[in-house]
Design a protein around this ligand. Structure first.
Ligand code: HEM
Length: 179
C-alpha cells in the first residue's frame, strides 16, 4: 500500500484525536516500518489494518466506521492532489465509471507497485447504477467512504443502498440512485 494512504491517515488521526493518539497507535502497532512513512514508499497493507484496529480499541469506534470516515476524508484530499482526474467530468456517476478504466490505470502508471481493487459500475438506468468493490484486501468500508466522498464532492442528491457484502470486507455492492 502506498505511503500516501498512511501519511494521510496519520494526519487525520492527529487532527481528530490529537498527536498523542497518533503516537500511541504507532507505538502500540509495533510496525515493521516503525511508522516512518514517505508518500512514495510502499508498505504492507497489514500495517494499515493494525493501525486502524488499535485506533478502534483506543477510541471504541468500530473499525468499519473508522475506515469509512477515512475514505471520505481521503477522497477530498485526492480531489486536491489529482485535479486532472476531474477535468471535464460533470457528474458523480460519470466519475465513478472512470475509476476502473482510467483513474486507477493512471495511478498504476504513476506507482507501478500500487495495490488497487476492482471498482465495477453497472448502469441500470441513467439515474441508477450498481457499484461493486472487490479486492484481495479487506477494505470494503474504505471503498464505501471513498464512494461517499465522491458523492459529497459532486453535491448531487444520490441515495445509497447496500445490496450485498462479504463478511471479510473483500467484496461489497451498492445501488446508487440519483433523484
Ligand atoms: C481521484 C480519485 C482517486 C484516486 C486518485 C485514487 C487513487 C488511489 C491510490 C493512490 C490508491 C493506493 C494504492 C496503494 O496503496 O498501493 C488507491 C487505492 C484504493 N482505491 Fe482509489 N483512487 C480514487 C478514487 C477511488 C474511489 C472513488 C474509490 C471507491 C469507490 C476507490 C477505491 C479504492 C480502494 C478501496 C483502495 C484500497 C486498495 C484496495 O482496497 O484493494 N478509489 N486509490
Amino acid at each position: 500500500m502506498k505511503g500516501i494512504v498512511f501519511t494521510e491517515f496519520l494526519e487525520l488521526v492527529g487532527r481528530n484525536y490529537g498527536v498523542e493518539m497518533m503516537d500511541f497507535i504507532i507505538e502500540a502497532s509495533d510496525l515493521p516500518s516503525g511508522g516512518a512513512y514517505t508518500a512514495v514508499g510502499s508498505y504492507d497493507h497489514g500495517e494499515m489494518i493494525t493501525l486502524v484496529q488499535n485506533l478502534s480499541t483506543a477510541t471504541r469506534v468500530p473499525v468499519p466506521e473508522l475506515l469509512r470516515a477515512y475514505g471520505q476524508h481521503l477522497f477530498a484530499r485526492f480531489s486536491v492532489r489529482y485535479p486532472r482526474f476531474f477535468d471535464g467530468i460533470t457528474s458523480c456517476f460519470e466519475f465513478l465509471d472512470r475509476i476502473e478504466g482510467h483513474i486507477h490505470v493512471e495511478v498504476r502508471k504513476l506507482y507501478p507497485d500500487a495495490e488497487l481493487p476492482s471498482i465495477d459500475i453497472d448502469w441500470r438506468t441513467e439515474d441508477r447504477i450498481e457499484l461493486f468493490y472487490s479486492s484481495t484486501r479487506p477494505f470494503a468500508a474504505f471503498a464505501e467512504g471513498l464512494m461517499r466522498g465522491a458523492i459529497a464532492h459532486f453535491g448531487e442528491a444520490i441515495e445509497v443502498r447496500q445490496l450485498d457484502a462479504a463478511a471479510d470486507g473483500t467484496f461489497i455492492r451498492f445501488e446508487l440512485t440519483r433523484s
